[in-house]
Design a protein around this ligand. Structure first.
Ligand code: GLN
Length: 483
């Protein structure tokens, strides 16, 4: 039962082959049995899950239908869930029970999805390895000595290990696509503004975007359908109609113009990954796509720009966690300053503290123009590169990451080494564009992802290209041994 995709579950439920309650019990038992190896969950919500599953079964018995009605999922632990701990992977929020549901959580619940729990993540979504969580590192089911990617590593590891079919995640600089690549999943970062950020605890507000992690493009379409849409509670939410993503999955790739940026194949890319990307290009050519070399000349400036903008926004967003309004409070403070200092010093881990300091510095008087303003100018150049490229091509293709998943601890002493691994993903966040990662093969038994980028609001195009590719390849069907 645990091997089923969301699409298969929807068919099984509609055909009354099993009930949502039965499926939910099977998956909860599987999580209890296998998750100790992975640490992919921070909280399990068994009671809520069984309640939601029974309610979904009752709705189906009353003649209702829907792809998500009775479908088991989990939420990255930065989506607020009413009355349930929402920790953001931090000691700071270890005992925070959100007073309301995030829009994404509420929408999926209304569609009948069943919440099995809250998944582990890098603290405040800062990281690419899921090692900065206060609840401990998450392991990659493909090799337990390797990282699953981050910051949505808990969602990725759980779905890859078949503990559940799909989960929500967020992507500020790659945190949906990079863990998807590291664990052989399909993950989609939507256009900025497509999915409401209301109730999604902020890391860097101008970059954060929620999206689906699943095994197939077909399932990403189903989950995105339930997440996307205008929300008046989010001032950056965009009031555009949501297309039927599943309906866009049948289109031919004949004549599709795929741009391959020459900058992507530089010295930093593992040659074995380069070869797999070339194979995926050939596969898409067989389906009728036309390949064109393009250039994204400002790509080399994207990492430094991102690692100024994201920490700057984080330092501002995280100022609310002061032990008074929100978050952990230290014992017996001497005075107000001592309360702030010790509450924040005890509540935040080292990576979060590093970013707050970098961000506060970049925003301080005298340095603002040199760092923050400069970074914003680079951001515009990165966006202009994409706009020029999309005049010539329909999608852009390349690797999701320069290397496969590294060993746990391998980059702990050198944060910049980890930042450099984000080179292919962060440009989409700087420009606000949608991006998808899908399985493209293996290197030393570790999964490799190919990334597709599209113009604003062309999520349907990305999902269709990935779906056509998945109809003709079987990388996405491979299961990690032991799961
Ligand atoms: N690795 C990037 C960072 O650490 C991206 C994280 C994310 O997308 N949340 O900021």
């Amino acid at each position: 039962m645990h091997q089923m995709t969301l699409a298969e579950i929807a068919r099984g439920l509609a055909d009354k082959k099993f009930s949502s309650e039965e499926l939910t019990k099977v998956l909860l038992a599987r999580i209890t049995q296998l998750d100790p190896q992975l640490n992919s969950f921070i909280s399990l919500t068994e009671e809520l899950a069984l309640e939601q599953a029974k309610a979904a079964d009752a709705r189906r018995a009353n003649g209702e239908s829907g792809a998500l009605l009775g479908a088991p999922i989990a939420h990255k632990d930065l989506f607020c869930t009413q009355g349930i701990r929402t920790s953001c992977g931090s000691k700071m929020l270890d005992n925070f029970k959100a007073p309301y549901d995030a829009t994404v959580v509420a929408k999926l619940a209304a569609a009948g999805a069943v919440t099995l729990g809250k998944t582990n993540m890098d603290e405040f979504a800062m990281g690419s390895a899921n090692e900065s969580s206060w609840y401990g590192a998450v392991k990659n089911p493909w090799n337990l000595e390797h990282v699953p990617g981050g910051s949505s590593g808990g969602s990725a590891a759980a779905v890859a290990a078949r503990l559940l079919p799909a989960a929500t995640a967020t992507d500020t600089g790659g945190s949906i696509r990079q863990p998807a690549a590291f664990t052989n999943l399909t993950g989609l970062k939507p256009t900025y503004g497509r999915v409401s950020r209301w109730g999604m605890i902020a890391y860097a507000s101008s970059l954060d975007q929620g999206g689906p992690l699943a095994r197939t493009a077909e399932d990403c379409a189903i989950l995105l359908q339930g997440m996307a849409g205008f929300d008046q509670n989010d001032s950056t939410s965009i009031d555009e109609p949501v297309p039927d993503y599943s309906a866009s999955l049948g289109e031919s790739l004949q004549g599709l113009r795929i741009g391959v940026p020459k900058e992507y194949f530089s010295a930093g890319l593992d040659p074995r990954i380069a070869e797999l990307i070339q194979n995926s290009i050939k596969e898409l050519q067989k389906l009728g796509a036309v390949i064109k070399e393009i250039s994204l000349p400002n790509m080399q400036h994207a990492i430094p720009a991102y690692y100024v903008i994201a920490p700057a926004e984080a330092s501002s967003n995280l100022s609310r966690f002061d032990g008074v309004r929100f978050g952990h409070r230290c014992e017996q403070p001497k005075d107000l300053i001592d309360l702030y200092k010790r509450s924040r010093g005890e509540g935040f881990g080292p990576e979060v503290q590093r970013r707050i300091m970098v961000g506060a510095y970049a925003l301080s008087a005298g340095y603002y123009d040199a760092y923050y303003l400069k970074a914003q100018k680079i951001r515009r150049l990165v966006k202009n590169d994409f706009m020029a490229a999309f005049n010539e091509v329909d999608i852009i293709l390349g690797p999701t990451t320069p290397n496969p998943a590294w060993k746990l601890g391998a980059k702990n002493s050198d944060p910049v080494a980890a930042y450099l691994e984000d080179v292919y993903t962060i440009t989409a966040n700087l420009a606000g564009l949608p991006g998808l990662s899908m399985p493209a093969g293996f290197v030393d038994g570790l999964p490799v992802g190919v990334q597709l980028l599209a113009p604003y609001f062309q999520e349907g195009r990305l999902l269709n290209v990935a779906h056509q590719y998945q109809l003709n390849t079987d990388w996405h069907t491979r299961t990690p041994t032991g799961f």
